[in-house]
Design a binder for this molecule. Structure first.
Ligand code: X2X
Length: 333
C-alpha cells in the first residue's frame, strides 16, 4: 500500500496535520483538550478552527485536538493547562471557579431567561469581567465563549416533575462549589464527579441522575443509562477556550491574531449549531427511549430563593460582580 494510504489510516483528527508534518514540521505543535465527544458541535467546530489556523499560518501552528477527556479529566487537565503540559483547554466557567472563583457568576441558577440574554452578557460586560478575573490567574481566555447550553435534569428511576422530587435525589454534579450549593439548596444529595466518569457512574448506579444540556445527553449517549428528563433549564453553561500563558506568548504576534480570530469565528458557528441541537434533539432522545417532563421552572427558582441561595452567592461573588450580572439580565435576582 502507498505511503498516503498508510497515513490515511492514522487518527482522523490529526490527519491533515500528519501529511503536512512529513513535508515540513510545524514551528509550534500544541495540544487542545476538551471533555466532549467528537460528534458534539464543539469538537466539529474546533477541528474546523484548527484546520483554518494550520492553513492560514502556512503550517506554522498545528493544533492537535484531544476530545473525550483523553488527556485526563477536567480537574487533571486544568492542572496540565496551568503547568503548560497542555496548551489549550475548553472548560466550564463553573469548574474554572476552583481556580478563578468569580468566573462562575454566569452559572447562577435561572439567571438568564433565554439565549439572547446569554450572548448579550457574555459578549458584553459580564464576559469581559470574567475574562479579567481569568487573566489575573495567569490563563489566557479567548474573547468568545463557546456554548454548552441550558441544563436539564435526567434520572434513572423516577421522573422529576416538581422541586419536591429533587429532595434526597442522588445527583452527579461537576466539580464546582456553585453546583454543589445549588443542589444542596434543592435538598438533593449531590456528588461531585468529573464528566469523564459520568457515564460509568450512571450505569453502575453510584448516582441516580445528572444534569446537562440535551446535546450532551445525546452525543455522550447518556440516554443509554438514563430514563427520564426534566426540562428545567436551571442554568446556562458554556466553555471558555483557555490558553496557557507561556505557550500563548511564545507564539509570534501574527499567529496569535490568526488563532484568536478563528477560535472566535468558530465559536459563533458552534453556538448556532449547539442551540439548534439542544432545540431539536428531544425527538431523537424520545425515540432512544427517554421520557420528558416540562415542570414549572418558577417553582424551582422559588425553592432556591427560599433556601437563601441567591443571598449566599451574592455575598460570595461580591457587589461589583453581582451588579454586573443583574445589569446584564435586567432584573434583580
Ligand atoms: O461536566 C459536565 O457536565 C459538562 C460536560 O457539562 C461540563 O463540562 C460542565
Amino acid at each position: 500500500i502507498s505511503r498516503r494510504t498508510m497515513l490515511l489510516g492514522t487518527g482522523a483528527l490529526a490527519l491533515g496535520a500528519t501529511i503536512r508534518t512529513k513535508a515540513h514540521a510545524a514551528d509550534f505543535t500544541y495540544k487542545f483538550a476538551n471533555n466532549l465527544q467528537t460528534t458534539h458541535p464543539l469538537n466539529i467546530r474546533l477541528k474546523e478552527a484548527a484546520d483554518r489556523i494550520l492553513e492560514e499560518t502556512g503550517g506554522r501552528l498545528q493544533i492537535n485536538i484531544f476530545p473525550s477527556s483523553q488527556l485526563g479529566n477536567d480537574t487533571e487537565t486544568l492542572s496540565q493547562l496551568r503547568s503548560g503540559a497542555t496548551e489549550f483547554f475548553t472548560l466550564s466557567p463553573l469548574i474554572l471557579s476552583t481556580l478563578v472563583p468569580n468566573a462562575a457568576i454566569s452559572g447562577i441558577g435561572f439567571a438568564f431567561p433565554d439565549y439572547d440574554a446569554v450572548w448579550k452578557a457574555m459578549d458584553g460586560e459580564l464576559g469581559a469581567y470574567a475574562r479579567g478575573e481569568i487573566e489575573k490567574k495567569g490563563l489566557v481566555p479567548m474573547e468568545k465563549i463557546w456554548d454548552n447550553g441550558f441544563r436539564q435534569i435526567t434520572s434513572s428511576e423516577k421522573p422529576i416533575a416538581s422541586p419536591e422530587d429533587l429532595k434526597g435525589f442522588k445527583i452527579r454534579v461537576p466539580p464546582s462549589p456553585l453546583w454543589q450549593s445549588m443542589f444542596t439548596a434543592f435538598g438533593s444529595a449531590p456528588t461531585t464527579i468529573n464528566f469523564a466518569e459520568v457515564y460509568t457512574a450512571l450505569s453502575t448506579g453510584i448516582v441516580d441522575g445528572q444534569e446537562n444540556p440535551l446535546a450532551i445527553a445525546s452525543t455522550a449517549k447518556l440516554y443509554e443509562v438514563q430514563k427520564h428528563c426534566a426540562m428545567t433549564n436551571h442554568m446556562w453553561d458554556g466553555f471558555w477556550p483557555l490558553a496557557n500563558k507561556r505557550a500563548w506568548e511564545a507564539l509570534p504576534e501574527d499567529i496569535r491574531a490568526i488563532t484568536a480570530k478563528h477560535l472566535n469565528e468558530s465559536a459563533i458557528a458552534q453556538r448556532a449549531d449547539t442551540v439548534k441541537l439542544n432545540d431539536t434533539v428531544r425527538e431523537q432522545l424520545t425515540k432512544d427511549g427517554m421520557t420528558f417532563t416540562d415542570p414549572d421552572k418558577a417553582a424551582f427558582r422559588e425553592v432556591l430563593k427560599q433556601a437563601g441561595f441567591y443571598n449566599e452567592w451574592k455575598g460570595k461573588f461580591g457587589d461589583e460582580a453581582w451588579g454586573i450580572l443583574e445589569k446584564a439580565v435586567g432584573t434583580s435576582l
